[in-house]
Design a protein around this ligand. Structure first.
Ligand code: GDP
Ligand code: IMO
Ligand code: MG
Length: 428
């Protein structure tokens, strides 16, 4: 049975939660390998709607083991709250496994995320303010605290005291904030430790054993390719590697452990936060996409910026992730349009770019070259088979396949678990 990676190929919120959930019905283990509670993955099952930030989507299926891998950054208070909320809705959270190597988001990370954004002023990144960047920065600087540190109160207290000496200087002397009391933080976190202890496990071994035993393991990407720290639209990116290759270090598997790599894309495109977005739609079309697609952030409630599918970024993402297939979501939202555009190339200073430009100035200042496709203007939410879709919708999907250079296995036509059209003969 395969290792399957499921990644966003745009700027996030492509519907990864829904697609992971769709595939989790036949999956044994679902692993989050990067990011933290900056993610917001929505799953709609009947009348129930779940917004998961940290817990892998597999939690909703009893046969599935949800794993928070070593590459994730964990805010324990958020994790416990999410567990409590799910438990109060009748979901069994006892199967959750948490890597001892995952780094902890600390109160000073949250504070630093806020003050550094404030200091950047109009150049701010528009982060989710969940402390993600500062936590990964400390991880790289080797002064982070990890989940396993919680298990040894003496070590935890010592490490925290060292880290906080510097953080309090930074907060007070550079940012003019009040210091944070290390004693309070220690007490707060050691209380979380007691509750989290039963869930902490060697998740790398668990995942490797599952793969060895022929079980199906899914690596659930958060954020997306264009937000990747190394390959996205730096500096307007997140601080981890959401691309499929990130599942290696983030979950503790090798490149040969992943056989199937599914890229998720909306039938159009959205972005939250700052940064260039060449295929951004004009305000009238963007407003339609916002309202019909309900494009408001799952995590921060911010209105998402909306535009047309960017096939240049799509091709770039297909290569970076070595996608084996695409899933196109929110096709139903395009039913509102007579004409659907796709950005097929960029233009900068009279030159056409069919591949993603290597220089950020070009990407920042380029103009989109759009190709137009006819709309279908009819409700497609009840379609389940390829033949049910209007011809123009099928032509649009064929164009996306051709322009991104990757076959589409599913098209999603509504938020619900069953609202999908199977495009090709692929496994579920
Ligand atoms: P994720 O972060 O990639 O998991 O995506 P989000 O959950 O942040 O945002 C996707 C939103 O689109 C959620 O509200 C989903 O319920 C919704 N959604 C997913 N697929 C479809 C679809 O095919 N059609 C419509 N109308 N909504 C969808
Ligand atoms: P899911 O998993 C969309 C964006 C933020 C900001 C940038 C950096 O739901 O697709 P961060 O808090 O990570 O330091 O913010 O990244 N961002 C997301 N945008 N979906 C997400 O997650 C995101 N996670 C972070 O808006 O521009
Ligand atoms: Mg989201």
């Amino acid at each position: 049975m395969p290792g399957i990676a499921l990644v966003g190929i745009q700027w996030g919120d492509e519907g990864k939660g829904k697609v992971t959930d769709l595939l989790a019905s036949t999956t044994d283990v679902v692993v989050r390998y990067q990011g933290g509670n900056n993610a917001g993955h929505t799953i709609v099952v009947g009348d129930e709607r779940y917004a998961l930030h940290l817990i892998p989507t597999g939690i909703l299926y009893e046969h599935c083991t949800p794993v928070i891998g070593p590459g994730v950054v964990v805010n324990p208070s958020v994790l416990l709250e999410e567990m409590d909320q799910l438990a109060s809705r009748g979901i069994d959270v006892s199967r959750l496994k948490l890597s001892g190597n995952a780094h902890l988001i600390m109160p000073y990370h949250l504070e630093l995320d806020m003050v550094t954004e404030r200091r950047l002023g109009k150049n701010r990144l528009g982060t989710t303010k969940r402390g993600i960047g500062p936590t990964y920065a400390d991880k790289a600087a080797r002064i982070g605290l990890r989940v396993q540190d919680l298990l040894d109160p003496k070590i935890f207290t010592e490490k925290l005291a060292v880290a906080m000496k510097e953080k309090n200087l930074l907060l007070t002397r550079v940012y003019g904030r009040l210091p944070i009391d290390p004693k309070e933080v220690t007490e707060e976190y050691l209380a979380y430790a007691e509750r989290l202890r039963p869930y902490i496990e060697d998740t790398v071994l668990l995942v490797q054993r599952a793969l060895d035993a022929g079980q199906s393991v899914m690596f659930e990407g958060a954020q997306a390719t264009m937000l990747d720290l190394d390959h996205g639209t730096y500096p307007f990116v997140t601080s981890s590697n959401p691309i499929a290759g990130g599942a290696g270090p983030g979950a503790g598997v090798g490149p040969r452990d992943i056989d199937r790599i599914i890229g998720i894309t909306k039938a159009y495109c959205t972005r939250v936060g700052s940064g260039p977005f060449p295929s951004e739609a004009d305000p009238t079309d963007a407003e339609v996409l916002v309202e019909v697609g309900r494009e408001y952030g799952t995590t921060t409630g911010r209105k998402r910026r909306c535009g047309w599918l960017d096939a240049v970024a799509g091709r770039y993402a297909a290569r970076l992730n070595t996608l084996t297939e695409l899933v196109v979501t929110k096709l139903d939202v395009l039913s509102e349009f007579d004409e659907i555009k796709v950005c097929v190339a960029y233009e900068y200073q009279g030159e056409r770019y069919d591949v993603f430009p290597p220089n950020q100035t070009i990407f920042n200042k380029c103009e989109p070259v759009f190709e137009s496709f006819p709309g279908w203007r009819t409700d497609i939410t009840k379609c389940r088979e390829l033949e049910d879709l209007p011809k123009t919708a099928r032509s649009y999907l064929e164009a996306v396949e051709r322009l991104v250079g990757t076959p589409i296995s599913w098209a999603s036509v509504g938020p619900g678990r069953d609202e999908v059209v199977k495009m090709a003969d692929v496994q579920t």
